[in-house]
Design a protein around this ligand. Sequence first.
Ligand code: ADP
Ligand code: MG
Length: 254
Amino acid sequence: MTTPMVKAEGVHKSFGAAHILKGIDLEVAPREVFCLIGPSGSGKSTFLRCINHLEKINAGRLSVDGELVGYRQKGDKLYELKDSEVALQRRDIGMVFQRFNLFPHMTAIENVMEAPIQVKGETKAVARARAEKLLDRVGLSDKAGNYPTQLSGGQQQRVAIARALAMEPKLMLFDEPTSALDPELVGDVLDVMRGLAEDGMTMIVVTHEMGFAREVGDALVFMDDGVVVESGHPRDVLTDPQHDRTKSFLSKVL
Ligand code: ADP
Ligand code: MG
């Protein structure tokens, strides 16, 4: 049996008295494109943030590639990882946000080179060679020297994807990567994500792009109010939803 890339078992998360994730169970297989949909406020971003150490779960178990997120287990005891160990876990996970968050004072290629130099201690030459390849992969070779303000939103988002890939992650998290883009710029970003999927990257994609989910997704989960309501193959869930809440949501977005 292969180790799941992500495994959540009874994951709970509260902010103060607000109970946001109410027992999430799911598994993401290696090389899978796993799409996560659901109404605003249902906890999708919170779940991604828990995977990427930006939030801590309150109960349950969450693991990435067989390792508990933020903890080590010895016997039946859990020990919190040290900051340096957390940093090692985080290195393997790339995240792309709705807002691209590029470093404004750096060019496109400098943005892509930054983490490998700072975090892995790579030489500039090695980081630059990889960054050139990555910018080519996202179709932006000719924009390497541009600053973020000199790029469209779609181009900035593709640089953000290249920047995440520069750390050679084994898992990529996308949190509504096209929601902030003008409609005519969405396609180029989705094409880059489709290419990544074809290359076998494991991806969790929070999206409202149902066309992408249907064509590229291997699995689809509909989440509402902190629980997984329905999951299955995207084709099945999108064309033949079983639960009223899924039907009602899809009738609004399709
Ligand atoms: P989604 O991404 O599905 O729209 P979120 O995970 O962003 O949902 O948010 C789920 C709920 O958690 C929302 O009600 C939001 O206000 C709340 N929430 C998210 N982050 C925090 C936080 N840091 N503190 C308090 N409440 C939060
Ligand atoms: Mg969100």
